[in-house]
Design a protein around this ligand. Structure first.
Ligand SMILES: C[S@@+](CC[C@H](N)C(=O)[O-])C[C@H]1O[C@@H](n2cnc3c(N)ncnc32)[C@H](O)[C@@H]1O
Length: 226
């Protein structure tokens, strides 16, 4: 919850209902619409459900399950959330919300065995890209070069690239994010939901890597014990 509105009546009432301190609750337009007008970039904020959907999509793909995809969430305040390779995101939004509240409070979510599943850091998107050094950083946006998901992946795949998708309802990447992109593609002549874009891009990666795809003859080979 941004500090500047944590004391607003709508925020306090919602916090009381869910049994949390106002400062600990997640900004959510469903409850805090009346007070969000005051916030900078408010059209891009208050939709944790979009992040939930986006993570469910990415973390359910064969690419992620086979350890070939690293996932990060970049916040509006230029902070990062790192997602562990083995994280299974709860399908229930209520449970996801609880997880995120714990993450922002404790800076990390750990498994029962103590392994870090998600952690926040003060590193910036620029800092992350500097550290992981992708060959290219590809943005996805309706304002990008027109093409298809297949083209966006095929033209950049050899570079071990990072794809950046906006997990926000409206608006475009900030100037500081745009400066970090080498190329931006539009993969449809209409605006799509973030999770649809993620699904299409990751499926194209899987096709190129032949991940989770049955090949003709596989079944026969299995039957003969090959
Ligand atoms: C609901 S959209 C945000 C709306 C934003 N005005 C836009 O048009 O990109 C969420 C995200 O999905 C991606 N997206 C939506 N439509 C797209 C398209 N046609 N091509 C590429 N990416 C798209 C972008 O990353 C965008 O930030």
């Amino acid at each position: 919850m941004p500090r500047e509105i944590a004391n607003h009546a709508a925020v306090r009432n919602h916090a009381r209902r869910v049994g949390l301190k106002p400062s600990e609750t997640l900004l959510d337009r469903s409850y805090h619409h009346a007070t969000m007008g005051k916030l900078k970039d408010n059209n891009k904020r208050g939709r944790p459900d979009i992040v939930h959907f986006a993570l469910m999509e990415a973390l359910g793909t064969p690419l992620f399950l086979k350890g070939m995809l690293r996932v990060y969430v970049h916040t509006v305040n230029d902070k990062l959330i790192t997602i562990a390779d083995n994280l299974r995101i709860p399908k229930s939004y209520l449970r996801f919300e609880g997880l995120m509240v714990g993450l922002f409070r404790d800076k990390a979510v750990k498994s029962d065995e103590g392994a870090v599943l998600m952690e926040t850091s003060d590193d910036t998107l620029a800092g992350l890209l500097d550290a992981i050094k992708p060959g290219k950083v590809i943005g996805l946006s309706t304002t990008g070069v027109q093409g298809t998901a297949e083209k966006a992946v095929a033209e950049n795949f050899a570079d071990d690239c990072a794809f950046v998708v906006g997990a926000f309802p409206r608006g475009h990447f900030s100037e500081s994010t745009t400066r970090l992109l080498n190329l931006t593609y539009s993969i449809s002549d209409i605006g799509l939901e973030a999770h649809v874009v993620i699904a299409r891009i990751l499926y194209e990666c899987e096709k190129l890597l032949e991940i989770g795809i049955h090949h003709e003859g596989d079944e026969k080979r299995r039957q003969v014990g090959a």
